[in-house]
Write a protein that binds this ligand. Sequence first.
Ligand SMILES: [Zn+2]
Length: 86
Amino acid sequence: MTLDNHESCADFLDRIVYLLDNELDAAEVAVVKVHLDECAPCFERYDVQRTIKTIVARSCSETAPDALRDRVRVRLQEISIQMHEG
Ligand SMILES: [Zn+2]
């Protein structure tokens, strides 16, 4: 059996997303990981998706209260003033 390379990569695109969402069973995870090892373009997509996911997850969990945001802003102003004076 010969697999069309292009078709199989398109196939993995969906599975990469599922993998990141932890929606694949162990057998499928293994298949996708083998492909990622062998296919640089797919690994790159996986890496980009994973990075985006990490950033989104971080910004969602950090619902900074207004008081904290104000404190950060004041601190940033202090730093920038110090930089101007120094
Ligand atoms: Zn691929």
